[in-house]
Design a protein around this ligand. Structure first.
Ligand SMILES: Nc1ncnc2c1ncn2[C@@H]1O[C@H](COP(=O)(O)OP(=O)(O)OP(=O)(O)O)[C@@H](O)[C@H]1O
Ligand SMILES: NC(=O)c1ccc[n+]([C@@H]2O[C@H](CO)[C@@H](O)[C@H]2O)c1
Length: 265
């Protein structure tokens, strides 16, 4: 069993167990807890500084009934907002962390409708095989260990026992499909302004390259429409400014996830 994270408790004791080497002492303290072996080296005064009257509970005790925790993170947002960049950084940090990319569920080009505007309608939900995407997510929910193994995701040594299993669902329309809306434990949404989005998109080549005028004629108007729809469907979104640095975005999201994990375990 890996070392435990001991929480300095302000509300309820909810420690989160994480594998060695993943978090520095400062990161853990920022997230509301400290590693067990660090706790023994710290002076009582230092411990008190982390919260009023701290109590320490090992997760092996609090989790004795529940051997596994599953947690789904949604990373949505505008095209080229930085969703994949953020997702890849999170995947490198969190153990037992799998991903489902919505872009992997695009239908074949000849199955994408051509609109009255003459453009292939890539930026609508019907361009995606959403049923297949939902069953992939369900596959993870049913058996995250099996899912991780079959997707080449390495598991921490005790992943069969009390581990926390994370799934990142990443994509531009992840909050616009009813069967997915309630699956998320955390909902992030990255946005960038029109000019920046157009600039970044112009440097990208998709499997089917954008024809001239697609961005202004289809991509951006669909983004505005879907964003409005999402705002009325989902009130738990944490908005992320995609014009800040990659590092800042990662730190903000990481900290928010870490805090939720501490509160849920
Ligand atoms: N915070 C950032 N600041 C500046 N550039 C960024 C930032 N994050 C990502 N980028 C750049 O923007 C481009 C798009 O990033 P990324 O592929 O992560 O976006 P995406 O939201 O996954 O896009 P899509 O869904 O269209 O595939 C890349 O060139 C990436 O390096
Ligand atoms: N991945 C693809 O096959 C593909 C093809 C054509 C366009 N796109 C664009 O991907 C973005 C979502 O990530 C959307 O804005 C699509 O236009 C993707």
């Amino acid at each position: 069993m890996g070392p435990l994270v001991w929480g300095a408790v302000t509300q309820q004791p909810r420690p989160y167990k994480c594998p060695a080497g993943r978090l520095s002492i400062n990161e853990v303290v920022k997230g509301g807890g400290i590693l067990a072996e660090e706790k023994d080296r710290l002076q009582p005064r230092t411990l008190w500084a982390f919260g009023s009257a701290p109590r320490f509970y090992p997760s092996s005790v609090t989790n004795s009934q529940e051997t596994e925790m599953k947690f789904i993170i949604g990373i949505g947002g505008v095209t080229n907002g930085g969703k994949t960049t953020l997702t890849n950084k999170l995947l490198k940090t969190f153990p037992n962390c799998c991903v489902v990319h919505q872009d992997d569920f695009f239908k074949k080009p000849d199955q994408i409708d051509v609109g009255e505007d003459g453009f292939r309608q890539w930026d609508v939900i019907s361009a995606l095989d959403m049923e297949a995407m939902v069953s992939t997510v369900k596959g993870w929910q049913e058996n995250p260990v099996k899912f991780a193994r079959s997707h080449g995701v390495s598991l921490s040594s005790d992943a069969d026992g009390e581990a926390v299993h994370l799934l990142i669902v990443e994509g531009f329309l992840i909050y616009n499909y009813k069967p997915l809306i309630d699956i998320y434990d955390k909902c992030f949404y990255i946005s960038i302004p029109y000019e920046e989005c157009k600039r970044r998109r112009s440097t990208r080549t998709y499997t089917v390259p954008d024809p001239p005028g697609l961005f202004d004629g289809h991509v951006w108007p669909m983004y505005l429409k879907h964003r409005k729809e999402m705002e009325s469907n989902c009130d738990r979104i944490e908005y992320v400014d995609g014009t800040t640095t990659k590092e800042d975005i990662y730190n903000k999201v990481y900290e928010s996830v870490q805090n939720s994990l501490l509160n849920q375990s």
